[in-house]
Design a protein around this ligand. Structure first.
Ligand code: EPU
Length: 437
């Protein structure tokens, strides 16, 4: 988000999006690299003093924040061409201050690599989050299991990892496994003497891709992509080149957008093997799709009459919470009552009142959104509140009659690479209004 300084006041200048709805998306779209894979990967580059090259990195503000953080810690960071980042962390600091970390929760992923490489870490705790409580108790539990001393002081997680060693642990909480918690413990364990077994590890493809990168650096990991990770610590890791996997959440968002606009879209980078739970929703909604290759899916929703669905978000391979808001937007176009229940972040419903402002018949009951369709949505000024809620508003705007003005789209820019340009290529009537909010 750009800022300008006016005397001692900081004025935030934000872009907004103007979308004229009712146009069917038509064409091909390329999915970018996965945000939630590459953020911990930037942290993983701190595990070695050799150069790491990350490819297929999406152009996102969250990525630039993460790059700024590793740079501020002392790493040499460059972005020689679009999508490629080179990072070499020869001499780094163990302190990640609040001013850097507060911009992005994923910076919590620094505690594992810093503890492993420097045997100590001081990382500011991230602040609150609009999608609900986001505790870090499991990250701490995992680091303690590795025999680290962990204290919370002055808003920082302070870790003494001098006696770190491998251990067996169960890393689940009342909402199941933890994605960045698994990433943290994994990145610490790769350099911890002995063997670590993480039970109830996150099975998300982004964690499996992180394992792949770490193995490329010389780590010994078994069970990537499964709930049991076995890691044999090695004394040091080396550099690597790694290409980030495509973003399954972006792919799902495009499929939902195509369906809501009754369009025909080929989504390149949509990998069926990672989208089964979402494709199951499309099947139950009677929205046909065609798997064209192992990484492309075609959807033709021109004559579709969507059926309502009941769905529950769960850790992978369950339905991703990161697609819940987009599904809510899509189900406003289904004939009947849909019930979408959130089991990861029970408060993640900021999109509900904004969708209602566009005419959706949607209400929240506890951890569920109840949507009664089909509704003729109408364009309205709306406010993006978080990344995925913003994506839901884009989908609703495409299906709506008239013009929708989405404010505060810096949330979208955190997680969707060039969303406005990609939508334009699919024929959407969309305009980015610079400095307009
Ligand atoms: N949890 C705990 N204790 C912990 C950690 C998590 O109780 O110490 C709970 C959380 O409150 C939540 C559940 O466990 O109920 C899962 O949280 P998780 O730790 O898996 O979330 P995260 O690692 O902080 C990542 C993604 C999120 C995504 C979630 C769930 C990154 C950088 N972020 O967050 O992505 O929603 O996993 O899949 O990987 C997004 O991209 O929009 C986004 C929010």
């Amino acid at each position: 988000m750009p800022t300008c300084k006016f005397f001692k006041w900081k004025i935030y200048i934000m872009d907004s999006l103007l979308i004229k709805g009712g146009v069917r998306l038509d064409g091909e779209v390329n999915v970018s690299g996965a945000k939630n894979a590459c953020l911990p990967m930037f942290a993983a580059t701190l595990l070695t003093d050799e150069k790491c090259v990350l490819k297929n990195v999406p152009n996102l503000s969250d990525v630039r924040f993460m790059a700024d953080i590793v740079k501020a810690l002392g790493a040499e960071v460059s972005n020689p061409v679009e999508g490629v980042w080179e990072i070499q962390a020869k001499n780094i600091s163990h302190i990640a201050p609040y001013e850097l970390v507060r911009k992005m929760r994923a910076s919590i992923c620094l505690i594992g690599p810093l503890s492993a490489r420097l045997h100590k870490a001081e990382v500011s705790l991230p602040g609150g989050c609009v999608i609900g409580a986001r505790p870090v108790d499991l990250h701490i539990k995992g680091m303690k299991a590795l025999n680290c001393q962990v204290e919370i002081e002055r808003g920082y997680i302070c870790i003494d990892a001098r006696r770190m060693r491998g251990a067996q642990m169960y890393l689940g909480g009342r909402f199941g496994s933890t994605v960045t918690g698994t990433a943290n413990v994994l990145m610490a364990a790769v350099l911890a003497p002995g063997t670590t077994v993480i039970e109830n590890a996150a099975c998300e493809p982004e964690i499996a891709d992180l394992c792949k990168m770490l193995v490329g650096m010389g780590a010994l990991i078994e069970g990537a992509g499964s709930p049991t990770l076995t890691i044999t610590g090695v004394p040091r890791l080396g550099g690597t080149q790694h290409s980030v996997l495509p973003d399954r959440i972006e792919a799902g968002t495009w499929l939902a957008a195509a369906a809501a606009s009754k369009g025909k879209v080929l989504v390149n980078g949509a990998q069926k093997k990672y989208l089964s739970s979402f494709l199951d929703i499309l099947e139950r909604a009677e929205c046909p799709y065609e798997v064209r290759s192992q990484d492309s899916i075609y959807i033709d929703a021109t004559n579709v009459k969507l059926k309502p669905v009941e769905a529950v978000t769960l850790p992978y391979p369950g339905l991703p919470t990161d697609l819940q808001a987009q599904i809510c937007a899509l189900m406003t176009q289904a004939d009947g009552i849909s019930i979408i229940t959130e089991r990861i972040y029970p408060e993640r419903f900021m999109h509900v009142p904004e969708l209602a402002r566009m005419g959706a018949n949607i209400s929240r009951e506890g951890p569920s959104a109840i949507i009664s369709g089909k509704t003729k949505l109408s364009g309205a000024p709306v406010m993006a509140s978080d990344l995925r809620a913003s994506a839901a508003l884009v989908i609703a705007a495409l299906a709506a009659k008239g013009e929708t003005h989405i404010h505060r789209i810096y949330h979208l820019d955190r997680g969707y690479d060039s969303i406005d340009k990609k939508l334009q290529l699919l024929g959407a009537k969309i305009e980015r209004l610079k400095n307009s909010d």
